[in-house]
Write a new protein. Structure first.
Length: 328
């Protein structure tokens, strides 16, 4: 581990005035979890479960999946682990389950696929629950949910899988705790119908990568329109502020799992808007932690309120650069 990455690892993740911020990791099968924990990660904010599926030649069995998920709980024994259920489609393909469409990002992806294939979903849910037995802090994030019907159907299948695993583990000494269940907020339709969801979920995880793509109507992987794909766009920031405000009103816990949280300047704005649980790639942990530690919470709140009055992306970015430069 390089000095640059580790020098602050022993320090708690806080603002300058000691306000705790949870910095977690986005990871997948193969991520060095031990290293992430040594770097001071406060848990796993997003486990992209599909990456393991993508490396295989066929759908992994329940027991094979369970081994993969178990590693998370073993490494982060006392921390929260958010596992996102299979999120294929879009740009994520399985060789053994090809999806061919005109508009993959607007097509059959995320929960839409797994709800059409409950046999795949149920195996995964059972594997996750079995892996979590004996640990208490599982959060289950459901990707690409856009309607209440989808959420209700998810709950039905989750309860079914949970009851099955509970029955199976009845005579063991393993304690199976109910998971927290949330949606990955990445479809604007869910944003504009947020109270329907906040009433029913334990948490909301904001997937800024896709949320920006759909808000700006810009393919997240298309270099031609890359300049529009920005988390400093006023419309994106207003959307995020609206989510934070609504979730605060209903006391729904929020976390950010999109890569916006990995950009130190954007992370400052997120904290200022009320997002205190951020998840990002391992490499970004140290720099985000350092940026946040240089500002008091009230300063970050002021900064967020100020940028929300700006009308262009350029102005917002410039202002944020100036703020960090002022810190020397
Ligand atoms: C997101 O959409 O922000 C997200 C975290 O998921 P992914 O990048 O895997 O689509
Ligand atoms: Mg996404």
């Amino acid at each position: 581990l390089s000095y640059e990455l580790t020098r602050d690892k022993g320090l708690p993740n806080t603002t300058k005035d000691g306000f705790r911020i949870k910095l977690m990791i986005n990871c997948n099968y193969g991520t060095d979890l031990h290293k992430a924990r040594l770097l001071g990660a406060n848990g796993v904010g997003l486990f992209r479960s599909e990456l393991a599926f993508m490396q295989l030649e066929q759908f992994p069995s329940e027991s094979a999946q369970s081994v993969i998920y178990r590693e998370l709980f073993e490494e982060f024994k006392h921390s929260t682990i958010t596992i996102r259920t299979l999120d294929i489609g879009g740009d994520k393909q399985l060789s053994y389950f090809p999806i061919k469409e005109e508009n993959p990002f607007l097509g059959w992806r995320g929960i839409r696929v797994t709800l059409d294939h409950p046999e795949i979903f149920l195996v995964q849910l059972r594997a996750i629950f079995k892996a979590s037995a004996g640990y208490s802090k599982l959060k289950l994030a459901l990707p690409m949910v856009s309607t209440l019907e989808e959420l209700n159907e998810c709950y039905r299948l989750i309860h079914q899988a949970f009851a099955e695993v509970e029955e199976e583990l009845k005579f063991t000494h393993k304690v199976l705790k109910k998971p927290k269940i949330g949606i990955t907020l990445e479809v604007p339709a869910a944003l504009f119908n947020l109270t329907t969801f906040t009433k029913r979920v334990d948490f909301i995880s904001i997937g800024t990568n896709d949320l920006i793509q759909y808000l700006m109507a810009v393919d997240r992987n298309n270099l031609q329109v890359k300049s529009l794909y920005s988390h400093y766009q006023p419309s994106v920031l207003h959307a995020l502020k609206q989510i934070a405000t609504e979730c605060d009103k209903s006391s729904t816990p929020i976390q950010v799992c999109g890569e916006m949280a990995a950009d130190p300047l954007a992370a400052l704005l997120l904290v200022g808007m009320g997002y205190h649980d951020l998840s990002m790639n391992v490499i970004s942990l140290a720099k985000v932690k350092r940026a946040i530690s240089r500002f008091e919470l009230a300063e970050l709140q002021d900064m967020a309120a100020t940028v929300l009055t700006f009308e262009t992306e350029v102005k917002i970015k410039r202002y944020m650069m100036k703020m960090i430069e002022n810190k020397g």
